[in-house]
Ligand binder design. Sequence first.
Ligand code: ADP
Ligand code: ASP
Ligand code: MG
Length: 444
Amino acid sequence: MGRHPNNGHSHQGRLSTQILTYCSNGPLSEGLPPVALNVVGLLVQKFGGTAVGDPDRIRSVAEHVSRTVRHGNQVVLVVSAMGKETDSLLRLAEDVSSTRPGREMDMLITAGERKAMALMCMALHDLDLPADSFTGSQAGFVTDGEHQNARILEVRPDRVQAALDTGRIPVVGGSQGVSTDHNVTFLGRGGSDTTAVALAHALGADACELYTDVTGVFTTDPRVVPTAKRIDRISFDELLEMTATGCPKPAMRSVEYARTHGVRLHVRSAFTWQEGTWVDEEEPDMEQAIISAVTHDTSEAKMTISGVPDQPGIAARVFRELAEAGINVDMIVQNVSTEGVTDISFTVPHEYLDRAMSTGGSLSTEIGATGVVSDDAIAKVSVIGAGMRTNPGVAATMFETLADCGVNIQMISTSAIRVSCVVSEDRAEEAVTALHESFGLSGD
Ligand code: ADP
Ligand code: ASP
Ligand code: MG
């Protein structure tokens, strides 16, 4: 790990934001300014589906790579499948098969990235940039055997490094690897972000640039609130809270990986090529925004087990059985008990609701509870900001804002830097818009 072509000179974290930005953004046609010659960076650049969605896009990415290289940088590319191809492949499998074995699903889905990486190399060759494509397996991504959601066990980027050492541009298929029993694996939806971060870490890159169809991470989903603003700089912790509560970009696993290994991320646009959002460790002396972002998530449903005997061990039993059924529980609220019984509510992902209801149903009879009900039309809205650690009143402002819109709060949970409320799904966008406004996040 941490090997680098420049004689063990590890780049990670050495260069300032300005220099890196300059290197990959500087003027196109002029000769190389002296500083760029002296300060060479190793960048992993990942391009999402829309960024490589058609032939023009692929050529435009190749031109950007060419610019980056002309400024003296070394570049490794990671590509997603073109456009919505992963969705099409998944639909195709559904049309053909009712069993869809995991091994074959992964073989199928990874074909999307394989096409994109070969086409990207062709476009680079056309610009006289020698480039070689690598599947996840060829790039050294060793994973477990959990098909469609494989975890990276190790990255051995020898071939990628060798390509770099001989002046070639490695182009790696995102979201894929090979299991310890030699099968092709897919890392899951959004896995290309994780491929890029893991590769940046394994190669000791200066930064990992995630190119997408928006100019960075926004104060809230720009599709919901058009006045949302791009965030210039955000901490790993805040971004992790954002991605855990509904922000799709970057994929949560990639942010976890980047935080654990200290890989600097730059989320930016493959359409405007302008400076995006830098993701980094929080600096202790930095003045924190009280609230950095508002997120929402409609992927969960709420379940309530009512009339639960209020005795030691009951909650332990309920959540142990749900865990054993493979159900990931998120928010949990237990009511004040009256006459020895209480209600326990919690949220689960929609796709697990049926399983959770059947586990909950039999459990409820066994423990002598009154019954189980569910509501799948809920949304979780969250406000996130490192500054709330030292500023009182965030929760109060959030609740007042929701009250002013007449939005009822069904559940509340908090972390040191987040407050989340479950509300009715049909009020979620209104709640997000109002919170974005009341915490002063809206642009002009
Ligand atoms: P890619 O395919 O490039 O990996 P995705 O399509 O998965 O990217 O995610 C990018 C999309 O995420 C954007 O088009 C944007 O609409 C959406 N999005 C939602 N919330 C946010 C946010 N807070 N900041 C940035 N993008 C967001
Ligand atoms: N193409 C895959 C997906 O859409 C992987 C990725 O883009 O990250 O989920
Ligand atoms: Mg994507």
